[in-house]
Design a protein. Sequence first.
Length: 338
Amino acid sequence: MRKRTAALGALLTLSVWPLGPAPAAAAEEPGFTVRDPRITEASGLAASRAHAGVYWTHNDSANSPELFAVDGETGETLATVTLAGVEGRDLEAVSVGPDGDVYVGDIGDNLGGTWPQVWIYRFAEPAELADATVEPTVYPVKYADGARDAESLAVHPRTGRVYIVGKTEGGDGLYAGPKELSANGVNTFTRIADIELWATDAAFSPDGTRLAVRSYFGGRMYAWEDGAPREVGRLPVPMQRQGESLAFTPDGRTVLFGSEGEGEEVIARELSGELLPESARQGDEGEDGSGTAGGPEPGASGDGAGRDVDGDTLALGGAGIAIALAVWLAVRGGRRAR
């Protein structure tokens, strides 16, 4: 599976650059490379609230239910938290709530939406970073309109309400959980909006005014208004081997994008204009009140060199896009994308 994914990444990379000289390198932006050889299928990413510069991540299906606390500068693992008493069938997302608790979504369904019930695990973020085993609170989850695959879970940083985005190739929905999750019964998530992406991860900005959703090839930013999303632009998603995670930095000005694979780079993209959360925009208002502060227009590619992806459309040219998509379909034929 990893060989096929690596081949896809190589062909995608080759297909981006066939028609001319390589562009100038983009400006340096904060990011890191994952150093832990155990982290090979990173499917979630979330900034710690208790430990500055630390990010939580995890592998997905067929791996132990473990969370890794990763240093956002060195990429080294600082601690491993093992979840006791759960199988961890297909961990796909992680988010940190306003209470400082870590929420882990065991919500993947590679069998096409045949699991009638999935789970969310919750544990208190440790005050000290050291290897530990914890027994999380377990919340059974189902969807009001039937079972589905999902890889995106986000906890609102003000209300603590949990949201899940379904994963369907042509787009799916945003689902809201109950105001408070219950460990004593099944928690029903209800569709509140359409999301026109093959979503692989989602995250709220630290101030709760933006919701970012990514797919393999693109992403959208939504303003969060009265408990519902309003699209405001396209995320500057970089080309990655198998992009399955994203997180805001604690100041809300940057989004980090992660990928499955060993030793993968977590790539940072600074936000501007309407993509910025309201708390960040307030300090960036230009003289005309536009809030762009001289940055690129909302939805513009991160470095303008064709390396990033606009929305859910590959930024590839000519025959390259046909090759890339053909390989992608071949990979999907041998492996259900996680």
